[in-house]
Design a protein around this ligand. Sequence first.
Ligand code: SF4
Ligand code: SF4
Length: 85
Amino acid sequence: MENEYRVVYGDSGLYVLDTASWRTFRPVIDETKCVNCGTCLLYCPVCAVKKVDGRIQIDLSYCKGCGICRTECPKQAIMWVKEEE
Ligand code: SF4
Ligand code: SF4
């Protein structure tokens, strides 16, 4: 199945959460400001931020649009874009 995020929750087995469906705004990295520090990767609660080929990327299949990465980015390199209806 696509667009799902699996977490182990207690001893009840796996809960399947489509975290991307919660999003009303999405983070977009401004490559001209990003210094690739990895702070956003450390703070993302659903591990949607990854380093691919040495560069930080956000996986929108999992991103739930909480904005924590944007708040914590020391370079204000994450733009906040409204999702299309
Ligand atoms: S926290 Fe900001 S500057 Fe650091 S890697 Fe993420 S987007 Fe880039
Ligand atoms: S908005 Fe939230 S869920 Fe999405 S990448 Fe940033 S910290 Fe992770």
